[in-house]
Design a protein around this ligand. Structure first.
Ligand SMILES: Cc1ncc(COP(=O)(O)O)c(C=O)c1O
Length: 383
């Protein structure tokens, strides 16, 4: 039996989502920009999908741009806003624990002459509202703050930041939130939080890879990053990934419709996993905060190399991650490093990330496997 606990990296597609996509690959395959009947039919479906997506997040259709996923949405939001609002200033605020899709994008802008303030997290992996407030300047054109951190599950104070910015008189600062790890886990609407731009990725919520959205509040000045045939209201050209979009929207509806039950279930499983690990394994440090998102549990097993543990667990069909999937091939996690973990704690860190597809028997069996492999490793090292 495979025990997949790497759902922050990606999730398994729901069966009905795969069926929906198949329909658009095999039957409704026309280009939505084509003016014949087949094209018009697909265009109608795309319009419907945009409306359904907008309804889910309390937006209007014009505010939804379909993209290829989180990385593209992050790039589009950051580059698009700063390039279109050059006169507003050249200062950006972000955090030092963002996903590389944000960090590497602002780093490139830094090389082009933008000034970037990186807010540091506390030991729980949370940046403070006060540090945001004191970093804000007249010339801050963009604040890019993630909602839920992908490595620890820590939740950033985006509601406070968004409301503060939207109430601030004469503020020219756009507020962008990477909600890739919070969509379907935290019940919120961008407009209620004062968010101007927000990215969501399909493959983190049991939808297909290669699809996502950027929510762009009406009135936001943004420059297109991909130019061409003018699709997606001219903001993101390129023939739309219809099977991906249709599957994504179906998965998003399931995520939002079942959010309460899903979060309760995943939280219960995470608490169980944490309890089993704390009960049975000595010398550990839990790196995820108590009040973090429901699906991520990051734990350091001291004296154990996370990478070795990951590979020994995979031999027993247990799949976890060190750091995030995108950065796990590099050494160490920038997020845990920023939280002030010691080299030993960094070295032994494992991220367990759960979904509604996990169950109690998997958690119990998975925790037993972790215990077995940690004990074996420590025995060998002691010899
Ligand atoms: C917080 C966060 N932002 C952005 C991304 C990138 O999303 P995608 O894989 O859809 O490009 C990820 C993926 O791990 C993520 O966790």
């Amino acid at each position: 039996m495979d025990i997949y606990m790497d759902n922050s990296a990606t999730t398994k597609v729901y069966d009905e989502v795969a069926d929906e996509m198949f329909l658009y690959l095999k039957t409704h395959y026309a280009n939505p920009s084509s003016v014949h009947r087949m094209g018009l039919e697909v265009e109608k479906k795309l319009k419907g999908a945009r409306k359904r997506m907008a309804n889910l997040i309390g937006a209007n259709e014009k505010e939804i741009v379909f993209t290829s996923g989180g990385t593209e949405s992050d790039n589009m939001a950051i580059r698009g806003v700063v390039k279109a609002n050059k006169r507003a200033g050249k200062h950006i605020i972000t955090t030092s624990i963002e996903h590389p899709a944000v960090l590497n994008t602002v780093k490139e802008l830094e090389e082009e002459g933008y000034e970037v303030t990186y807010l540091k997290p506390d030991e729980n992996g949370v940046v403070s509202f006060d540090s945001f407030k004191s970093s804000l300047r007249e010339d801050t054109v963009l604040a890019a703050i993630m909602h839920v951190n992908n490595e620890t599950g820590s939740v950033q104070p985006i509601e406070k930041i968004g409301k503060y910015l939207s109430r601030k008189k004469g503020s020219k600062t756009y507020f962008f939130v990477d909600a890739v790890q919070s969509f379907g886990k935290i019940d919120f609407k961008p407009s209620k939080y004062g968010i101007d731009l927000m990215s969501v990725s399909s493959h983190k919520i049991h939808g297909p890879k290669g699809a996502g959205i950027l929510y762009i509040k009406e009135g936001t000045k943004i420059r297109p990053m991909i130019t061409g045939g003018g699709q997606e209201m001219g903001i993101r050209s390129g023939t739309e990934n219809i099977p991906g979009i249709m599957g994504f929207v179906m998965a998003a509806e399931r995520a939002v419709d079942n959010i309460k039950g899903n979060v309760e279930k995943i939280s219960r499983l995470k608490d169980m996993l944490r309890f089993e690990i704390e009960k049975n394994i000595d010398d550990i440090k839990v790196n995820s905060p108590e009040d973090g998102a429901c699906h991520v549990l990051n734990v350091s097993f001291l004296g154990v190399r996370g990478e070795v543990l990951l590979h020994s667990l995979e031999q027993d069909g247990v799949y976890v991650s060190t750091g995030s999937a995108c950065s796990s091939k590099k050494k160490g996690s920038h997020v845990l490093l920023e939280m002030g973990l010691s080299p030993k704690e960094l070295d032994g860190a494992i991220r367990f990330s759960l979904s509604g597809m996990n169950d109690e028997s998997q958690i119990l069996a998975g925790a037993k496997m972790v215990q077995k492999h940690v004990e074996e490793y420590r025995k060998i090292v002691k010899r």
